[in-house]
Ligand binder design. Structure first.
Ligand code: BGC
Length: 743
């Protein structure tokens, strides 16, 4: 105890000294010591998170009184220090604040939106991006980010698909954990790290009809096998905090879901960090028809184990009274408060509460911009490339028409969730092209923005296309069309972009379409009008250099789809790892081919849409390269697997083209019969290989029987004996299966 008291005393004296790492036991003793000296009101104050509004006297007063545990959205280091001084010097127990912010895909150096980072299938690059974000945000005093979002997203109508890693649990788990590692580094007390916050726990992406905040109804096997694995992986990776989701799951809002927050997260997974509400999600339980008033909401959330209340004022107003009336035990408040204090110790805030203003604003290092550009290149998915039009040799074209609303749009290429964007640092494709070959470029924006329906600019665009030898058409969605509360029912290109493209097609010139968007779009018609299509989820600061490098072959298109691309909006939700039907699509007859008065059964009786056929336009995992690859039949180290064993799967991959290129080799499995209907395919592993022309490499995966586990009919988790198909392929729809069995 003496040692703890002296540590606390020391920290008060040398407020800016860097902390020596504390052992877990020392931290725990310090937390308990502090708790024992806190009043009920002070404990509840620690559970209160507010959005900052500067060093306002009212805020300073709250901080002095110990009514605030954390602030979000303060980003001026001088203000951060001013507020922190109030907490550390003037509040009774000198407990520092944690400053939080939504740093979602970069602080100042903006990386591709998370869905774009998912398209890289590159955990190292995602980790590096998060490291850079923590370094930049840490320089102004932000020590907690509300990221990564690992909500499995199967519905492109949902605007927040942009913030996700897509539809696959394995990919989201690998990239989510990489992001956690990047933010948190090796030592969370380093001021240039941030606590990660894994969100939104849980099932937020299952929002009915792709409408944000909507209800979800998720049976246990789906919850456990699809929605939860990335959260579990991030918890195992040491994520410091979790955020609950706005939605209810099967009738119980996450903010008050005791099963979710206690039984599962704490007891089953052993999570020892902090759980924060989403923005006023506690208060939302009133209009959600779950709680009669804010007081009841506070009681339900506290009793469910939600530690910190963001901007609902539910805890600060009602928890002391609820404790006094016996509706919430003081021991419950103690345990919530202990989770907050532990995080503050882990972050080193008791020893080093202030941001170093002399080292603040440390942004845009050349290496950071370089990494952001590489992430753009690696996230660029080549969807179509007829006659090898790409990569372009600009020297071989006289004039190049650059047309469209996304060619030169610094704001919109950055994507959603960029509160701290300085768009003057963004470099657009047009700027780069003008730098490379100014004499060749004829630019026409043609549409003011992507939603513009006016055809006033079409005549000039037609003229430009007519005068050029090549058309680069930059289409897409503006940033504001995706992200929180920005859902769409129509997933096609907005505004008059398709009409513009039809006009350009009339020129007869080769057309390359580059799409930058926040979600997978329905672009089949547009792709048919173009010779080549490059798709990017908003690329951030370095979108321009990354895109132009890919177009010109300085870099290869490294991306593979982390989500399925539909043929029609009405196919949503659409995802590759679906359950099979008893009548898979066959003999598809489309609406225009049905004879008049055809009989009911004449189109067959299988699972397809009369107006869209079957399956995606571009499948999960898909992405062309500038070369071609050949896969041998996979060979297995054994064709029978025991329940505690594993097999090695090997496949020879050959670069059959004339350029070096990298391939994301994907391993899929199908369980042919189970106690519950099994998905048609599930990704089990993947690996990127870079091969010289003509080179062959053996790619091997270890497949343990445990990877075949699922939530079985009796509720237990594990694999079931039987037959399996296995593919090693370049996407979720190609390849020929080989069989193995589990004994
Ligand atoms: C969002 C969260 C975000 C929080 C804080 C909420 O509206 O759902 O993802 O972290 O606001 O800004």
């Amino acid at each position: 105890m003496k040692q703890i008291l002296s540590l606390t005393a020391l920290s008060l004296l040398s407020l800016t000294a860097v902390a020596a790492p504390r052992s877990a036991a020392e931290t725990e003793a310090a937390v308990q010591d502090l708790l024992s000296r806190m009043t009920l009101e002070e404990k509840v104050g620690q559970l209160n998170q507010l959005s900052g509004y500067g060093a306002h006297p009212d805020m300073l007063g709250r901080i002095r009184a110990g009514e605030v545990g954390s602030l979000l959205n303060e980003t001026d280091p001088a203000v951060v220090n001013r507020l922190q001084r109030e907490a550390v010097r003037k509040s009774r127990l000198h407990i520092p604040l944690i400053f939080a912010r939504d740093v979602i895909h970069g602080y100042k150096t903006i990386f591709p939106i998370p869905l774009g980072q998912a398209a890289t299938w590159d955990a190292d690059l995602v980790r590096q991006g998060a490291r850079i974000a923590a370094d930049e945000a840490g320089s102004v005093g932000i020590r907690w980010t509300f990221s990564p979002m690992v909500d499995i997203s199967r519905d492109a109508r949902w605007g927040r698909i942009a913030e996700s890693f897509g539809e696959d649990p394995l990919l989201a788990s690998r990239l989510g954990t990489a992001m956690v590692e990047g933010y948190q580094g090796d030592d969370l007390s380093d001021p240039r790290t941030m606590a990660a916050c894994v969100k939104h726990f849980a099932c937020y992406g299952a929002a009915e009809a792709g409408l944000d905040y909507n209800t979800t109804w998720v049976p246990m096997p789906l919850l456990r096998d699809v929605y939860l694995p990335p959260f579990k992986a991030c918890s195992d990776a040491g994520a410091a905090t979790f955020m609950v989701s706005f939605n209810d799951i099967n009738g119980v809002p996450s903010s008050a879901n005791r099963w979710l927050l206690k039984d599962l997260l704490r007891d089953e997974w052993g999570f020892g960090g902090l759980v924060v509400s989403d923005w006023s999600s506690t208060a939302m339980m009133v209009p959600q028809n779950y709680c009669a008033d804010l007081r009841e909401a506070a009681a339900k959330s506290a009793n469910a184990g939600m530690d910190m209340d963001m901007e609902s004022y539910a805890y600060i107003r009602h928890l002391p009274g609820l404790v006094r009336s016996g509706e919430v035990a003081e021991a419950t408040v103690d345990s919530l408060c202990a989770n907050v204090l532990r995080l503050k110790y882990r972050l080193g805030l008791f020893d080093n509460p202030y941001v170093d203003e002399k080292k603040a604003y440390d942004f845009y290092h050349p290496e950071s911009l370089d990494a952001a550009r590489r992430a753009v290149e690696r996230s660029a998915v080549l969807l179509k490339n007829d006659k090898g039009l790409l990569p372009l040799d600009l020297a071989s074209y006289g004039k190049v028409a650059v047309i469209g609303p996304m060619a030169d749009d610094r704001h919109n290429q950055a994507g959603t969730w960029v509160f701290d964007l300085e768009k003057e640092h963004c470099v657009t494709p047009l700027e780069v092209l003008n730098g490379l070959a100014p004499e060749k470029i004829i630019y026409q924006r043609a549409l003011k923005h992507t939603r513009d329906r006016s055809e006033a600019g079409f005549a000039d665009a037609r003229k430009a296309a007519g005068a050029a030898d090549l058309v680069l058409f930059f289409a897409g969605e503006e940033a504001v069309l995706s992200g929180e509360a920005h859902c769409r029912t129509d997933l096609t290109l907005p505004g008059a972009q398709k009409e513009l493209l039809r006009e350009l097609r009339k020129s007869g010139k080769p057309i390359v379409m580059v799409v930058q968007a926040g979600r997978p779009l329905v672009i089949g018609d547009e792709a048919d009008l173009c010779d080549a299509v490059l798709f990017l989820f908003h690329g951030g600061t370095m979108a321009g250099p990354g895109i132009v490098n890919v177009l010109t072959g300085v870099a290869e298109p490294g991306g593979r789809l982390p989500v399925s691309f539909a043929r029609a909006s009405g196919q949503m939700p659409l995802y590759y790892n679906r359950k099979g039907t008893g009548r898979p699509a066959s003999g598809i007859v489309l609406i225009d081919d049905i004879p008049e008065e055809a009989s009911q059964t004449s189109t067959g009786c299988t699972a397809f849409y009369l107006d869209a056929g079957d399956g995606p336009r571009y499948p999960f995992g898909y992405g062309l390269t500038y070369t071609s690859f050949d896969y041998s039949e996979p060979s297995l180290s054994a064709d029978t697997l025991s329940a505690d064993g594993s097999i090695t799967v090997s496949c020879n991959v050959t670069n059959t083209g004339s350029r070096e290129g990298s391939e994301v080799v994907q391993l899929y499995v199908r369980d042919l019969a189970g106690s519950l209907v099994r998905p048609v395919k599930e990704l089990k592993d993947f690996s990127r290989v870079t091969l010289a022309p003509g080179e062959t490499r053996t790619v091997s995966f270890t497949l343990p029987a445990t990877a075949l586990s699922f939530t079985r009919a009796d509720g237990t988790f594990g694999p079931e004996p039987g037959e399996f198909n296995l593919w090693v392929a370049s996407d979720s729809q190609s390849g020929t299966p080989v069989k193995f069995s589990l004994k």
